[in-house]
Design a binder for this molecule. Structure first.
Ligand code: GLC
Length: 454
């Protein structure tokens, strides 16, 4: 099948997923699979909409993105409350749907109060800031970001993320399952996927916040946080053969400011022999999580790819991450780009860490499954570092399967050969992720929507 035919079908799927609120397009539903229970897949998820939103901007359909940004902003709580039954000030919902009451339409948000496992999203508010910047770059409509309701929205997001809680680190502290991986997967604390988005959102906010008296304290707080956050992530999350050698010989139980092994990582907790074999000399990546006596050595795609895109990873690190993807292609890309996380948790680890979750059994779904939506992030990262051949290759692999498999949500198996056991078909972000990757390849100018290098 020609790639034009694949693109045409993907657009068709995307068009059909658009939802209208009071006659205006406001978002896209997660999936249109006629044969699976809708659960909440008939809702518009903020994270799912990002690739669609970027694509709409590229195609001049700014209205949808603007409506989405305005309506989701209205859903965000603006007042503080000490009431655990209400979402926190600044939180953005994971998803929303349109409901009709007495003939009038309303938007009903899910902040995690309905979601499976009652998980609240930490990523939604960060993605929202990233999309707002893309909208401003694409339309030059800075007036929208400068509107007082948008300024307030950003302030409360930043307050929510920057407030000091029960830790003393520059990273943002979140519960497990607070992102695309919205089930228990050992991601409580300081997971990389959230830290990368946090870093990107902090940098963007400095560009979008008006330097006035109302914003002064928050702008100062962002400045104070960026340096330590960047250092912590670039230094203490980074894993390459040299770092492995250092960590292998770490002293432990050090007290005080001079401690080298600040987190008291015990060598025995790290799978050195597997990693020493797996990590090629030219490769490296940012670890999945860091906390007291914990360095999660799993590879997480969103965190690493967004680190390249947002320049959280420096130039050399960015190349090393792409080298790793290239040299461990069978593991990380295989038959469908690409693994959300690698390797899978198995046996007792799977039982203890996921709570024996059958949807996340080894090499399925979030636990080592492959997600075509990641194609756009891989393409943006590769294109940014002038490694476009990696993106071409990955897109060609996806093109062999997506139509025939009816645009599945995810794939299973160590090489991604099986259509996900519980995957929805006609999943919107599978189509929009693919289309966005094609646009980024066709015209590198579109990279400016997500990449900001000055
Ligand atoms: C699943 C995914 C989540 C996604 C949602 C809608 O819950 O884990 O990341 O946003 O489906 O597609």
């Amino acid at each position: 099948m020609s790639d034009q035919a694949i693109v045409a079908q993907a657009w068709d799927l995307l068009e059909k997923s658009i939802i209208y609120y009071r006659d205006r397009p406001v978002g896209t539903i997660a999936a249109c699979d006629p044969d699976s229970a809708a659960l909440n897949y008939d809702q518009c998820f903020i994270r799912d909409f990002i690739s669609a939103g970027l694509l709409f901007l590229i195609k001049g359909r700014d209205d949808i993105v603007r409506n989405f940004l305005e309506e989701t902003l209205k859903l965000q709580p603006k007042t503080g409350q000490l009431d655990c039954s209400k979402p926190s000030r600044g939180l953005m919902p994971a998803s929303f749907k349109i409901v009709s009451v007495a003939g009038r339409e309303y938007l009903k948000a899910d902040f995690g109060d309905h979601a499976i496992g009652r998980v609240a999203p930490a990523d939604a508010c960060l993605w929202w800031v990233i999309l707002l910047r893309a909208y401003v770059v694409s339309t030059q409509d800075m007036a929208l970001a400068h509107r007082e309701d948008f300024q307030e929205g950003m302030r409360v997001i930043l307050e929510l993320c920057l407030v000091t809680r029960f830790d003393m680190y520059p990273m943002v502290l979140v519960p497990d399952a607070a992102s695309m991986i919205d089930r228990r997967m050992g991601l409580y604390g300081h997971p990389l996927d959230i830290q990368s988005l946090f870093y990107a959102a902090l940098r963007i906010s400095l560009k979008l916040l008006i330097p006035n008296q109302k914003n002064e304290y928050i702008i100062q707080a962002v400045h104070n946080r960026l340096g330590p956050l960047l250092r912590q992530l670039r230094e203490n999350y980074w894993l390459d053969p040299d770092r492995l050698n250092i960590i292998y010989r770490y002293q432990v139980e050090e007290y005080g400011e001079e401690a080298l092994n600040q987190f008291n990582i015990y060598s025995d907790s790290i799978p050195f022999y597997r990693l020493a074999k797996w990590l090629p000399p030219a490769g490296g990546y940012l670890a999945g999580n860091l906390g007291p006596s914990q360095l999660d050595c799993r590879f997480f795609a969103i965190g690493n790819l967004m680190a390249i895109i947002s320049s959280l990873a420096d130039e050399q690190q960015s190349h090393k991450i792409l080298n790793l993807i290239e040299l461990r292609w069978n593991n990380l890309i295989g038959d469908m780009p690409m693994k959300l996380c690698f390797p899978a948790l198995e046996d007792a680890d799977w039982r203890i860490v996921t709570g024996a979750d059958p949807k996340n059994r080894p090499w399925s779904y979030h636990n080592g499954g492959s997600w075509p939506v990641l194609l756009w992030m891989l393409t943006a990262a590769a294109r940014k570092m002038q490694r476009t051949e990696l993106a071409h290759h990955a897109i060609a692999i996806a093109e062999r399967r997506l139509i025939q498999d009816q645009w599945p949500e995810y794939y299973d198996g160590p090489d991604g050969r099986l259509i996900g056991k519980e995957a929805r078909r006609y999943q919107t972000w599978t189509a929009s992720g693919y289309l966005l990757a094609k646009e980024l390849i066709a015209n590198p100018d579109h990279l400016k929507l997500v990449i900001d290098d000055d």
